[in-house]
Design a binder for this molecule. Structure first.
Ligand SMILES: [Cu+2]
Length: 210
C-alpha cells in the first residue's frame, strides 16, 4: 500500500459512515413528515392525541377526525377533513356535546354557542380556533397550536367541534361600518363572528373511545 492509498482508505470509511448517518436522518425526517400528514386518518403519530372529535356532515357522513394533543402549556389541534366547500370556514369548539342534524333551529344548533367559560367576546373564546381552509378539491389539512383552551377542559366539559358555512370575522368590524345606527360589530357579530350555518359537527371525546 503506498502513501496515497493509506490516506484514502480511512477517508472512504469515514465517508461511508457519515453517508449512512445522513441517509438515516433524511429517512427519519420523511417518516415524521408522513406522520404529520396522516394524523387525521388516525394512523400512527409520534404523540397520541388525548382528545378527538369525529366530524360528520348533515347527512351523517364522516368527513374526518379532529385530534387534540397537549404540548407544553398548549393544545395542538390536527385534522384532515374532506367533502367540504372550498374556501375559509369558521371552526370552533362549541359548548354542548350534541350534534343533531335535524335540530329544530337548524343543523347542529344543539351544540349551542362557542365554548366560552369566561364570558368573553368572540376572538377570546376558549373554543375559538383559526379558520379552516378548504382547498378546491374539498380537503383541508390543518394544524394549530393554541393556549386559549386546555386538554382538561376538552376532557371534562361536554363539547363539540363545528365547521361553519362562512369565514369567521373574529368580531373584527371596524367602527367605520355602521348598521341599524350601531357602529362596528353588533351583539351577534361579537358572539359568533358571522360564520353562518353549521355544516359539520363532531362530539369531543377521549381519544381512547372507539
Ligand atoms: Cu362555531
Amino acid at each position: 500500500m503506498n502513501y496515497k492509498q493509506k490516506l484514502i482508505l480511512p477517508m472512504c470509511a469515514a465517508f461511508l459512515l457519515y453517508g449512512c448517518n445522513s441517509a438515516d436522518d433524511s429517512n427519519e425526517a420523511d417518516n415524521n413528515a408522513e406522520d404529520m400528514t396522516t394524523v387525521g386518518q388516525g394512523t400512527d403519530t409520534e404523540v397520541d392525541p388525548q382528545v378527538k372529535a369525529e366530524v360528520k356532515d348533515v347527512e351523517g357522513k364522516t368527513l374526518g377526525t379532529v385530534n387534540f394533543t397537549a404540548e407544553e402549556n398548549s393544545v395542538v389541534i390536527e385534522t384532515a377533513l374532506e367533502g367540504l366547500e372550498p374556501g375559509y370556514h369558521g371552526f370552533h369548539v362549541h359548548e354542548n356535546a350534541a350534534c343533531e342534524a335535524d335540530a329544530k333551529d337548524g343543523p347542529f344548533t344543539t351544540a349551542g354557542g362557542h365554548f366560552n367559560p369566561t364570558d368573553e367576546t368572540h376572538s377570546k373564546h376558549a373554543g375559538d380556533m383559526p379558520p379552516l381552509y378548504v382547498k378546491e378539491d374539498g380537503t383541508a389539512k390543518y394544524t394549530a397550536t393554541l393556549d386559549n383552551m386546555t386538554i382538561d377542559q376538552l376532557k371534562k366539559e361536554e363539547l363539540a367541534v363545528i365547521v361553519h358555512a362562512n369565514p369567521d370575522n373574529f368580531a373584527n368590524i371596524p367602527d367605520r361600518y355602521e348598521a341599524n345606527g350601531e357602529k362596528g360589530p353588533d351583539a351577534d357579530t361579537l358572539k359568533t363572528g358571522d360564520a353562518g350555518d353549521r355544516q359539520a359537527c363532531g362530539i369531543v371525546v377521549s381519544a381512547e373511545a372507539k
